[in-house]
Design a protein around this ligand. Structure first.
Ligand SMILES: [Zn+2]
Length: 171
């Protein structure tokens, strides 16, 4: 699933279309809401139901994003988000009961319970046998929230689209 964002009246090729999958879109739109609350208020930005901004709104949002890129606001946001993600507690792996070795029917069927680990895996995991495909044998997983990345380059790309879009619809 993803968000297809179409320019209403594009003045260039880059203003025609912007796409993020849902993992990338959510943090990007969250950021837009944070730096441009007046513009994004009332826009159904997290749903692909055709909502968006008109030409004036799209240009104003492009300007705010461009300024945020230039003055370090995006950098700070990215750093803080990465710190936040790194601070989140690890999640349990329910496939192996957080043991790192999958012994349920599927695990046994695929030989994970007796799988011989590579040297690298063995040095990380501190054992030579037993694997789980849910957690790479670690017994824990990164927080689900880490699936939602935020990067400066993505903001830049979206700002360029907005500037030339002539307004947009999120579909
Ligand atoms: Zn596991």
């Amino acid at each position: 699933m993803g968000m297809d964002v179409y320019g209403n009246n594009p003045i260039s090729e880059r203003g025609e279309y912007f796409r993020n999958n849902v993992w990338w879109w959510r943090p990007l739109w969250d950021f837009c809401e944070e730096v441009a609350p007046e513009l994004t208020q009332g826009v159904s930005g997290h749903y692909n139901d055709g909502d968006g901004l008109d030409e004036e709104g799209a240009k104003a949002l492009a300007n705010i994003l461009t300024i945020s890129l230039a003055n370090g606001v995006v950098d700070t946001y990215q750093t803080k988000r990465n710190e936040y993600l790194a601070s989140l507690p690890k999640e349990e792996c329910n496939l192996c009961g957080s043991t790192g070795i999958r012994t349920d029917n599927v695990g046994v069927e695929h030989g994970m319970d007796v799988q011989v680990l590579s040297d690298i895996e063995a040095s990380v995991l501190g054992r030579t046998i037993g694997y789980c495909n849910g957690c790479s044998g670690l017994g824990w997983k990164e927080s689900f929230e880490t699936h939602y990345p935020f990067e400066k380059a993505n903001v830049q790309e979206f700002a360029e689209f907005l500037a030339d879009s002539g307004g947009f619809k999120i579909c």
